[in-house]
Design a protein. Sequence first.
Length: 225
Amino acid sequence: MPDLRVVEPRRPRHCAECHQGPYARLLMESDTPRCLDCADLGHLVYLPRGNTALTRRAAEYSTLCAVVVRLNRNRGRYERQGILVEEEALARAEEACLADEESRARRRTRDAQRRTNEDVAFTQALATEISRLYPSCPPERAQEIASHASLRGSGRVGRSAAGRALHEETTTAAVRASVRHVDTPYDELLMSGTPRNAARAIVASAIEQVLTSWRTSAPNSVPTT
């Protein structure tokens, strides 16, 4: 990341050196705002974030560059908005990206297929583990629970490190969550204004009844010798 940092103030400010402005972007030096021209950055062009390959190459090709940030008050930190680079470097980066766009598109397709294959395999493994722990759980229900818990990017328990490792505790948590929402009036209690902890306490025994019934071997299972 470039060492130079240009700030986009929440309100445009004037330059402390030339007293011109207000400016949307300023270089802060010892809390002193300077416009890009006074900071010797006026010849640079702005490249907004969004294209990782283009940004990486433009920064690599540019002799001088700066990162542009803006304060996010909710998160209490500065967040990157883009970079300032030399115009020739940006043009060179754009040409390079166009030249290998086809190969990068193929790589993105391969990566997407790989992730899909991994997700299918993991979902099936989770469904198998659910059936092992709860042999009387209907197979289609085990598959439904696994698909829900393992959805990529969902932040659900199945996507945690323990969930991907098929730890019994996290697998049970996924099953319990499904039973809570599907087999009890938990959602209706929440919608009626019942506090979450109180609603959980109300349905706790019903959840345990379902889990206990699922833990027993299926009636048509054949004991192993």
